[in-house]
Design a protein around this ligand. Structure first.
Ligand code: URA
Length: 320
C-alpha cells in the first residue's frame, strides 16, 4: 500500500514539474480513493500492525477507465441523459511551456522516425495532458509517402488507439484516400496536436466533448509535426480544416477557411493544399460539400502526378 501511495505521489510531482496545475479526478475515482483511505484508517485503528506491511496487491489506483472497443464494434454514441455542459480545462492549458529544442539522430528515415516517435511518446508535457488509460498520438503511414495529410488533434477514438484519424472522421478520410486510388498506408497522416485537448469530465468521469487547441498548445506540438515532415519528405501537404490550416499558416493568416480552401499555399518549403476537415462532410452530407472537398483532392492528385480516371473526375457531380 505504501509503495502504491509513493507511486501516486511521484506521478503527481512529475505532473507538477511538467507544468500541470490541475489533475481532473472523476467522482467515481474520488469515491474509490476515499474508500481506500477509510479502509486504511479503519485497519490502522483495529490493528497494531504497521501499515507498510499491508499487501502491495491491494489496488489503490482506481482501475483505468475501460478502453473502448474498436470502432466497428462500438455501439452508436449516445449523449448522456443528464444535463451536462462540457467545459475546456483552462487552468491546464495555461501551463503549456515553450517547446524544447531537440536533435534527431543521424540515420535512415526509419531510425530517425522511430527516435522522434519515442521522444514524442515520452514527452512529459504531452503525457501530462493525457488522461489515465489514454495515449499520446503520433503520425502514421508510409515514410515514402508523396502526400501527407495534417489534421487538428486526436479525438476520443484516437487517444484510445494511439493513432490519428481512426474515429468517424478518420474512417471518412480513409474512404477519401481510397477515392484517390490510394490506400491509407500509401500516405502519411499526422496532426498538429499530439494529445486530445482537455475538457472538463462529465459526472461519469468521461470526456465526450472536443475543443480546438489553443495557440500555445499548437506551438508546443508543431516542432514534432515539422520533424515528421522533414523525415518523410512528402512532395506535398494537405491541411484538413481551419484549425490545422491556422496551425500551419499562423493564426490570423485568413479570416474564413473559404478564403484559402482549394488554394495552394506553402509550408516547410513544400506545396500545401487547404481543404475542409472530413468532419465537415459528416455534418454536411450534401454532394455540393463532397464535391468541394473532392475538387481539392483532384488538385492534389494532379500535383502528385497520380492517374485520374474520368469516373474519378466526375465524382459527386451527377448526383448533386
Ligand atoms: N480529427 C483530427 O483532426 N485528427 C484526428 O486524428 C481525428 C479527428
Amino acid at each position: 500500500m505504501r509503495s502504491t501511495l509513493n507511486a501516486l505521489t511521484t506521478e503527481l510531482k512529475r505532473l507538477k514539474a511538467a507544468g500541470v496545475k490541475m489533475v481532473p479526478v472523476s467522482d467515481a475515482t474520488l469515491a474509490q480513493l476515499r474508500a481506500v483511505v477509510n479502509a486504511r484508517g479503519a485497519r490502522a485503528a483495529e490493528s497494531s500492525q504497521p501499515l507498510e506491511k499491508e499487501s502491495a496487491k491491494a489496488p489503490l489506483a482506481p482501475a483505468p477507465p475501460p478502453v473502448s472497443p474498436p470502432i466497428a464494434a462500438a455501439p452508436a454514441y449516445e449523449a448522456p441523459a443528464r444535463e451536462f455542459k462540457a467545459k475546456p480545462l483552462v487552468a491546464n492549458v495555461a501551463a503549456i511551456p515553450a517547446p524544447q529544442p531537440f536533435v534527431l539522430p543521424e540515420g535512415d528515415k526509419a531510425t530517425r522516425w522511430a527516435a522522434l516517435r519515442d521522444r514524442v511518446l515520452d514527452d512529459l508535457v504531452c503525457r501530462a495532458h493525457v488522461r489515465p488509460g489514454k495515449q499520446v498520438v503520433f503520425g502514421v503511414g508510409s515514410l515514402e509517402a508523396k502526400i501527407m495529410f495534417v489534421g487538428e488533434a486526436p479525438g476520443a477514438e484516437e487517444e484510445v488507439q494511439g493513432e490519428p484519424f481512426v474515429g468517424p472522421a478518420g474512417q471518412l478520410l480513409t474512404r477519401m484516400i481510397g477515392g484517390m486510388g490510394l490506400k491509407r498506408s500509401d500516405v502519411y497522416i499526422g496532426n498538429i496536436m499530439n494529445w486530445r485537448p482537455e475538457m472538463a469530465l462529465d459526472p461519469g468521469g468521461t470526456q465526450y466533448g472536443n475543443r480546438p487547441p489553443t495557440e500555445e498548445e499548437m506551438a508546443y506540438c508543431l516542432p514534432y509535426l515539422k520533424a515528421q515532415i522533414e523525415i518523410v519528405n512528402p512532395a506535398l501537404l494537405v491541411a484538413l480544416g481551419s484549425t490545422a490550416t491556422q496551425g500551419l499558416l499562423g493564426a490570423g493568416s485568413f479570416k474564413t477557411l473559404g478564403e484559402v480552401r482549394g488554394k495552394w499555399k506553402e509550408f516547410s518549403d513544400r506545396p500545401l493544399m487547404v481543404t475542409y476537415h472530413p468532419s465537415y462532410i459528416l455534418r454536411n452530407q450534401s454532394n455540393r460539400s463532397k464535391r468541394m472537398i473532392w475538387e481539392d483532392l483532384l488538385k492534389v492528385m494532379e500535383r502528385a502526378e497520380l492517374p485520374i480516371s474520368e469516373k474519378q473526375r466526375g465524382f459527386f457531380l451527377d448526383r448533386a
